[in-house]
Write a protein that binds this ligand. Structure first.
Ligand code: ARG
Ligand code: ZN
Length: 467
């Protein structure tokens, strides 16, 4: 049965370097320098994210040789200071750094766990755009999560499987690693000829020289760091276009082609179905990466191209594509809001099953893996709006989350329910939102006070019996 997670609350304020703050008396406009916070204060991952700046763009140019697992990389991060900064942090758990500059000036930095601490000189003023260039080289690796799963940079027998939810991206790229700071991305990856590097967004170029091939991938819409991928391997690549004109790039490990054929064939139909239900597909391209990474054991909604560690089923493909609206375009404000990702994607998967002639959404709601579970089951003993980091990918956010949406649909009626879903996607497009925002939207659109309803489904333990 599912265990109850312990949630540790850590208060994180902005860290002020002693002696650095304070304008001269009589000079109120003078900068007041201090250190950016070392965290955004998300209690599930207290080291994740930082304060004092807002990243606009990440550019990573690197080479990787699967034979040695060695990476040589240059990351260029463009950001805007949101306070006068004499110090700021990035999240980085990757290989050894050989140099770091801020606005072209060679810079002091230290590393402590995942914190890369930078002391820019000259210091940075509020509103100032700045560029950090980090050069590093070595062997990146996986990161283990509170639930025991692995993510980050995961070597495979023919390359690397690259996923980052909720904290894996700093394994290979210095970032402000929290969904509340989205940015655009460009990856330029050089790999041995014959291998393919597949990233988020659109392929700008692919060029082979002296036995190495360089792939450049461009993500033109804002993306949360955890949704980044640049996965490397032997892939069968298929390019096409949906009936509605969205480019599709699918890369499949040759060993997964047969087992994934049905799911791959339905990508355009899924995109069109979800667009009709949820509003326009939010990104410039779509597709999938179907790899073989036996130690990972899950799929992830990497932006524009969901990634699979084994053959893709139709249901999981529908789930990951639905995440493009719910999770990717609208991301959680705190990791405790994870049901806003997983409950929505699971509900969309139920909808697609019904659309495809399978079980109806009501049948799935009532099944033995959902509402049909006995009231005595430990399933009901985790609070949906705060499952804890060990259970954030357990079946609570997925199944109880989807059940909550179906119960809401019954309460407000189909027309209002689908208006709420579309407005959730439209109103928070490319940004992030919290559970309280969803409750407020549902109450606004329905004209009902839904506090008791949401209390029972989101904030209480136990099997809801009346709502
Ligand atoms: N969001 C993914 C999915 O439902 C699951 C990611 C699980 N990540 C992990 N580190 N266990 O599609
Ligand atoms: Zn999911």
């Amino acid at each position: 049965g599912a265990a109850l997670a312990t949630v540790t609350l850590v208060a994180v304020g902005s860290v002020v370097a002693p002696g650095s703050a304070g304008a001269a008396p009589g000079n109120p406009g003078a900068p007041r320098y201090s250190a950016g916070a070392a965290s955004v204060g998300d209690p599930y991952f207290p080291d994740e994210g930082n304060g004092g700046y807002d990243v606009q763009h990440y550019d990573l140019t690197f080479s990787y040789d699967p034979a040695t697992r060695y990476m040589t990389a240059t990351a260029t991060i463009t950001a805007i200071a949101t306070q006068d900064l004499d110090r700021f942090n990035l999240d980085f758990r990757g290989p050894q750094i050989s140099s770091l500059t801020v606005n072209g000036h060679a810079n002091g930095f230290t590393r402590d766990g995942q914190e890369l601490v930078v002391t820019p000189r000259p210091k940075l003023k509020t509103g100032q755009a700045f560029t950090v260039v980090v050069r590093y080289a070595g062997v990146p690796g996986p990161i283990t999560d509170p639930d025991g799963s692995i993510e980050g940079w995961v070597p495979t027998d023919d390359g690397a499987f690259v996923v980052g939810e909720p904290q894996g991206t700093p394994a290979w790229l210095p970032t402000n690693d929290h969904p509340t700071d989205k940015a655009t991305f460009r990856f330029t990856a050089t790999v041995p000829q014959g291998l393919t590097a597949v990233g988020n967004g659109q392929l700008l170029s692919e060029e082979t020289r002296n036995g190495w091939t360089t792939f450049t991938w461009d993500s033109t819409e804002p993306m949360a760091t955890y949704l980044a991928t640049i996965t490397i391997g032997t892939f069968v690549v298929t390019r096409s276009t949906t009936p509605s004109g969205i480019p599709v790039y699918v890369a499949v490990d040759p060993r997964q082609v047969a087992g994934s054929a049905a799911a791959v064939a339905q990508i355009p139909r899924m995109i069109d179905f979800f667009s009709a239900q949820f509003g326009p597909y939010p990104f410039a391209s779509t597709g999938a990466i179907i790899d073989r990474a036996p130690d990972v054991g899950y799929a992830l909604e990497t932006q524009t191209k969901p990634i699979f560690s084994s053959a893709a089923s139709v249901g999981t493909m529908a789930h990951e594509l639905a995440h493009q609206w719910y999770g990717d375009s609208v991301s959680p404000q705190r990791w405790s809001d994870i049901w806003l990702n997983e409950g929505f994607a699971t509900y969309a998967q139920w909808m697609y099953t019904e659309y495809n002639g399978g079980a109806s959404v009501s049948q799935t709601f009532n099944s033995s893996s959902n509402y049909g579970r006995a009231a005595s089951s430990s399933f009901w003993q985790i609070i949906l709006a705060d499952p804890g980091p060990e259970d954030m990918f357990s079946n609570i956010p997925y199944n109880r989350g989807a059940m909550t949406l179906h119960a809401l649909r019954g309460k407000v009626g189909d027309a209002t329910f689908f208006r709420i879903l579309r407005e959730w996607a439209a109103g928070h497009r490319y940004r992030h939102a919290a559970t309280a925002d969803f409750i407020a939207l549902a109450e606004r659109e329905s004209g009902q006070n839904l506090d008791a309803f949401f209390d029972v489904w989101l904030f209480q333990k136990g099997k809801p019996t009346s709502w």
